[in-house]
Design a protein around this ligand. Structure first.
Ligand SMILES: [Mg+2]
Length: 392
């Protein structure tokens, strides 16, 4: 069975454009879906999928490792996150086809289930909300408390928040007090049975990051994520050594090669590959296996579209050191209308499916109602007091 065509379907979901990848075969009605969404680089990823198509058309569809090698190595240039997102979407679609051919869910082709359900968390957002609170009357923690309680009421046992402000190389005491105040209020509201993760978006210097870890530690965050920029594993390792809170990172790294330094430097407790960027399901399994040697957990990043959820379910079910999965709740109300799927959730967990492949199909007619639009680029509003650009 050979690949005959590869195309993308782009769906604008306001915060981001979802890039769904469809791989078609010479067997009538047999095709697979994957997801390659990458914020603010949608057109580049779509172009990359088009660039890869001539390498793949006419190839045997079941040679997934071979086709990955072809895309990765025969590109000559290491393709970075844009190209690896394209590869990831294509690779997921190949697994979807394989599962449909064998009439098996993909997790059964990736080693089979090692757990009976998949724990989820959702991101409550955040950023630098202090200006909003100052205007509203200094009730700064209430917004996060309300969001957390809403999610917990849906059955979730874990949430993530962005409460450390964008900063320069050194912070003021007010920044630390703000983060501690919000964290304390959330902990009091949700109790000890709900885990709270802190996302930092790589905003901080080592000195800032260590101080945030210390002031938040009494409220026992589950982990602190990307406390320093992700491209420097030495800095991450330095924070890990000094932090009383476990460190997580990896959402912006792709392939085993970029994760390698984290392992060699024992730079974190938890890795967070994104299955739509890191190279796909099989590459994520390899990265997770490397992490297993270092007793690190795996908490895959996933704020993307519904096909990404499908891929994430099969990875989580079949990966022994999987810890917890990010799930998106707050993008668009019609999220599940652009797909048909066999995914079910119960009490904050995803349940296994027996549907063949990834268990998710894009409804191209429904998808066409939400064509590509330029996303808002939030980062343009994040500035230091003096106007300098900061990580957001
Ligand atoms: Mg993050």
């Amino acid at each position: 069975m050979k690949i005959t065509n590869i195309k993308t379907v782009v769906v604008n979901a306001e915060m981001r454009n979802w890039v769904f990848v469809k791989v078609e075969t010479d067997q009538a009605g047999l095709y697979g879906w994957g997801e390659a969404s990458l914020e603010w680089k949608t057109r580049a990823v779509v172009g990359c999928v088009e660039d890869f198509a001539p390498m793949l058309i006419g190839e045997e569809v079941d040679r997934i490792e071979h086709l990955y090698q072809k895309m990765y190595r025969q590109s000559f240039w290491r393709v970075g996150v844009i190209g690896m997102s394209a590869i990831s979407g294509i690779e997921q679609a190949l697994w979807d086809i394989r599962g449909k051919v064998l009439n098996q869910p993909v997790y059964k082709l990736l080693g089979g289930a090692v757990r009976s359900r998949v724990r989820m968390y959702t991101h409550l957002g955040g950023g630098d909300m202090r200006a909003v609170y100052e205007t509203a009357g200094a009730q700064d923690a209430q917004l996060f408390v309300d969001r957390a309680l809403e999610v917990v009421a849906k059955g979730y046992t874990a949430v993530k928040v962005l409460i450390t402000p964008p900063t320069e190389a050194l912070n003021s005491i007010a920044d630390y007090k703000y983060a501690a105040r919000v964290m304390e209020a959330m902990r009091l509201a949700v109790g000890d049975d709900v885990d709270i993760m802190i996302d930092c978006h790589g905003r901080h210097s080592v000195a800032n990051a260590i101080e945030f870890c210390r002031v938040l530690a009494p409220y026992r965050p589950y982990f602190i994520e990307e406390p320093v920029p992700p491209e420097n594993a030495d800095l991450m390792a330095e924070v890990r050594r000094a932090s009383p809170v476990p460190i997580a990172t990896g959402e912006r790294l792709v392939t085993r090669h970029q994760f390698r330094e984290l392992f060699e430097k024992n730079a974190c407790a938890v890795i967070q590959p994104d299955l739509c960027h890191c190279g796909g399901l099989w590459e994520a399994k390899k990265i997770a296996a490397m992490a297993e040697v270092y007793a690190m957990g795996v908490a895959p990043h996933n704020p993307l579209g519904p096909v990404a959820n499908g891929a994430a379910l099969h990875f989580a079910l079949s990966t022994p050191n999987f810890l917890i999965q990010e799930d998106m709740l707050t993008d668009v109300p019609w999220r599940w209308e652009v797909v048909q799927h066999a995914l079910t959730t119960k009490d904050g967990y995803w349940l296994p499916t027996e549907a063949p492949g990834l268990g998710i199909e894009v409804n191209e007619t429904a998808a066409a109602r939400h064509p590509f639009k330029q996303e808002v680029i939030h980062a343009t509003t994040v500035r230091a007091q003096d106007g300098a650009v900061l990580d957001w």
